[in-house]
Ligand binder design. Structure first.
Ligand code: SME
Length: 318
């Protein structure tokens, strides 16, 4: 599984070297992001008139490292309150920026920014924008510090050791738990064809393992969603097509990740304690027959890893 993010962190030589050390980072490349000229060269970007930021394109495995963890590491490698300057490097090409290609990533980026902002008295100067354009830099800039170990770098060597040792334990443990749940579920459901019985045990197993706030199913019955087996506090019984997160996941026929329920227009609050939610459609052939709905008391609790594993859970149910 792969996820992509583009991070501007000052001079891209050191920044790439920092990110490529991390467990779960699959590949990196350096280049120029979000400027306004075609095919910029390093020399042109260096004039600081092209609008480009030196940027690292990071490809990572969300089952080993979450975007949130990666961004928390990013903040350790920059001064996020400094505008157009990192270390001694000055200019708009050295600005800091988080450029995303998947709009679903934006709430997680905002969450990471809010956590970081709370650690500083000055405002953050990190730009958050969709990636408009990215050009790979000339080959001699790629893996620069591997090829030139004594080359210029604005980052301290200790930071690279820190990145090499860093593990996103939360994500690694979560993935491990899901793998156990999937094995248990395969054994439990073997030979069982009754959908309600299978949903009941799936809800119990997930809820018991992860201690979510609410874990359960809504079934498609007579053109609406009707409450099915669940664990947790009492919940609303009927949800119309296209309504709330559940009805929207049904209508859009895709998993919906809601890092902050208050930001989801039309969210149905069965409980005021729920802060984030994930809804995964269950299919029989091409039809959606139910949705798996999970709520958490914590913001941004569910991410791409949860989506991956919960879609596997959904695929096991009859
Ligand atoms: N929040 C859901 C409603 C179901 S409860 O979370 C159990 C929604 O907006 O569809």
């Amino acid at each position: 599984m792969e996820q992509h993010i583009y991070l501007a962190a000052g001079c891209f030589w050191g920044a790439e070297h920092f990110f490529k050390q991390m467990d779960g980072v699959l590949s990196t490349e350096v280049g120029f992001a979000n400027g306004h000229t075609d095919n910029p060269t390093y020399q042109q970007v260096y004039t600081d008139t092209t609008g480009y930021a030196e940027t690292v394109h990071i490809c990572f495995d969300p089952l080993r490292i979450s975007l949130l963890f990666l961004l928390q590491m990013y903040f350790k490698a920059i001064d996020p309150t400094s505008l157009n300057q990192q270390g001694e490097d000055r200019g708009t090409r050295y600005r800091t920026g988080i450029y995303y290609t998947n709009p679903d990533d934006l709430p997680f980026i905002r969450h990471a920014m809010a956590l970081e902002a709370a650690r500083h008295s000055k405002p953050l100067q990190v730009e958050v924008e969709p990636l408009a354009v990215f050009y790979r830099a000339e080959d001699y800039h790629q893996n620069y510090l591997d090829v030139n170990p004594d080359g210029y770098c604005h980052l301290p060597v200790a930071l690279f050791d820190y990145a090499r040792e860093a593990r996103d334990l939360e994500t690694l443990q979560k993935a491990e738990k899901y793998r156990l749940v999937l094995n248990q579920l395969r054994a439990l459901l073997e030979g069982e064809t009754d959908p309600t019985a299978c949903m009941a045990n799936a809800a119990a197993l997930l809820h018991d393992t992860f201690r979510f706030w609410w874990t359960g199913f809504y079934r498609v019955v007579e053109g609406e969603l009707l409450l099915g087996p669940f664990q947790g506090p009492v919940a609303c019984m009927h949800i119309a097509f296209g309504k709330g997160v559940c009805g929207s996941a049904w209508k859009e026929a895709r998993t919906l990740l809601v890092p902050d329920v208050e930001q989801f227009p039309g969210h149905i609050a069965c409980s005021a304690a729920s802060r984030s939610e994930i809804v995964v459609p269950l299919r029989r052939g091409t039809d959606i027959v139910a949705v798996l709905d999970i709520d958490s008391q914590h913001l941004a609790h569910f991410d791409h890893a949860d989506r991956h594993f919960l879609e596997e859970v959904a695929a096991l149910l009859p």
